[in-house]
Design a protein around this ligand. Sequence first.
Ligand code: AMP
Ligand code: MN
Length: 266
Amino acid sequence: MSDGVLPPEEVADRAHANGVTLWALTDHDILDGVPQARARAGVLGMRFVAGVEISVTWAGHTVHIVGLNVDDANRDLVEGLREIRSGRTERAREMGRRLDAMGVENSYEGALEYVSNPALISRTHFARYLVERGYSRNLQAVFDRYLGDGCPAYVPMKWATLEQAVNWITGAGGRAIIAHPGRYDYTPVQFGALFDEFRELGGVGIEVITGSHTPAQYGEYAQVARHYGFLASRGSDFHSPREARVDLGRLPSLPADLTPVWHDWI
Ligand code: AMP
Ligand code: MN
């Protein structure tokens, strides 16, 4: 429902076919896919928890906070997500203007053709358009040249605060997890401050094994989980069969000494 290409039911089918037994759908900033995902998981006999990946601005950069096992009808969570989605259209128009100035034709209209949900236009949709039109070889190249943080067509956003995101998730009965920490451009001191503040606010876990981490980072963030007493999570970050670095259910297991975030959901 955000920037993946398969509908929730097909993600469920694919996860199940790959041997997944406990699955969370975690769209960016929206919960609208949860009912379909839950229903399909039920038909398949696969356990399901409702999830969301919330965009947060912390120390001038974007951090993603995953909420797992949330009540997807919780009003504060649903309204909070609606609020942070609301700036996306204006941001996309500005990205379009900047891309046009860089010689990309009709980028806003082009990106819109990839959007399944008008409430949620993201950089990924622009990136797919640029690849399809031959401006870049692949999504990574688009982010490196045009849309990545600090690039000429990057339009900064003020997303939720860390406190809001953790409060929405915990208020909806869920567990808050820092997504793919290896992707953030922070100094070691800032990382320490992020983990401390997150834990003080009620955050309980980090992703250790994810499609966004290298094997070296698996070890690095396992150590962070031990040091801070965080639960550990594992997420494919799957968006599309063609773009995925790793398929659903195909990541390595968590290190055996860590406590999985799902330890009492199975
Ligand atoms: P947005 O929420 O519009 O800022 O888009 C963020 C999404 O863009 C991320 O969740 C990723 O799916 C994608 N993304 C961000 N940086 C990169 C990158 N360097 N390479 C590929 N995809 C990226
Ligand atoms: Mn995404």
